[in-house]
Design a protein around this ligand. Structure first.
Ligand SMILES: [Zn+2]
Length: 340
């Protein structure tokens, strides 16, 4: 019930519990990268503030107000996002929303405005500033923000900042398990967490993207197969994969760098602990023992090939020759030659 049903962010929870224990008109700013859980916590905070049996631990979950929140129909909760596929919130929309919010709440003691502050330009921020300077006694503002440097200093000085922190590995696994990952192998969850820098929103979207793990497996297998491939395999089949998935090239290159990095870790120590493809550790150790001619220098050269390709792409080099060149350079470093 209440805040404790959410995983992690203990210091955020404890501050929010203090706030909802004695709610008053105030302006909160939730700060953290996209996908960290700001919106989820904002909804729970709004639910607690609007609940008719609220306690320090949050909303009761049973009163009519809580039911309305769950159904998405609470008249005193207003979420402000850009409308009609706009990139940012339109000032005329925000002006109308704030004017309406100043009218007394309909069923709760307060009105809560959750505003996506990342989507506000300076005109909207100036408008918000006026409301924050002279707040109505029943309005609670919750601003969601991933980059406070884009918010007016005058706004920052009037809000209570609530910073979101990184989740632990265990919290990440628990969040993934609760949201569709209950049957997924533990080490695969670990891989998704690391790949997403422990940002639950990102990890969950990868978990629910059937293509992503397939791509990871493809890139991983490509590196594992590299020693046995011939030039033509690299130039036709392997290039073809990159070409077809051109739109995901950044993701593919990161996966490539990770796999090479994992091989380097396994060359450096017998039982590496920092493998990023956590669920593929045995394959990596086997690769290193079967291809013992591959040295740290080879891996470093292969990684350099990827870095050079990234640099070349940034200056608009033609994709095909640059990508083929990268693949051939990696192949040269990993392939087995009798002369070695
Ligand atoms: Zn309630």
């Amino acid at each position: 019930m209440g805040f404790d049903r959410l995983t992690g962010q203990e210091s955020v929870k404890s501050r929010l519990k203090d706030i909802v224990a004695e709610p008053s008109a105030c302006s909160l700013l939730f700060e953290g990268v996209e996908g960290i859980g700001k919106h989820l916590f904002a909804k729970e905070t709004a639910k607690a503030i609007l609940c008719s049996n609220r306690s320090r631990s949050g909303a009761c979950g049973k009163c009519p107000s809580c039911k309305y929140i769950d159904a998405g129909t609470h008249p005193d909760l207003i979420e402000v996002e850009p409308t009609e596929n706009r990139k940012s919130i339109r000032i005329s929309d925000l002006r109308e929303i704030i004017r309406d919010a100043e009218v007394k709440p309909q069923i709760s003691d307060f009105k809560v405005l959750i505003i996506n502050a990342d989507k506000t330009m300076s005109d909207c921020q100036n408008l918000m500033l006026k409301s924050l300077e002279e707040p109505s006694e029943h309005i609670v503002y919750i601003l969601l923000c991933s980059d406070t440097s884009k918010i007016l200093r005058t706004i920052m000085s009037r809000v209570i900042e609530i910073p979101f922190r990184e989740y632990t590995d265990d919290e990440m696994k628990s969040i993934l398990r609760q949201n569709g990952g209950e049957d997924v192998d533990d080490r695969k969850l670990e891989f998704l967490s690391v790949f997403s820098s422990n940002v639950p929103g990102k990890a969950l979207s990868l978990l629910n993207d059937p293509d992503f793990l397939e791509e990871r497996d493809h890139i991983f297998d490509l590196v594992m197969r590299m020693p046995g491939l011939g030039y033509t395999d690299v130039l036709y089949d392997e290039f073809d994969y990159f070409n077809k998935n051109h739109d995901k090239i950044d993701e593919l290159l990161l996966l490539l760098i990770w796999t090479l990095g994992d091989i380097a870790s396994a060359i450096a120590v017998r039982d590496p602990q920092n493998i990023k493809n956590a669920d593929k550790k045995e394959d990596i150790i086997r690769f290193v023992s079967q291809n013992s001619y591959v040295t740290l220098l080879n891996i470093s050269n292969a990684e350099q090939a990827v870095t050079d390709f990234i640099e070349a792409s940034s200056v608009n080099t033609s994709f095909e020759p640059a990508c083929c060149n990268m693949l051939l350079r990696i192949h040269k470093e990993l392939r087995y030659e009798k002369s070695r």
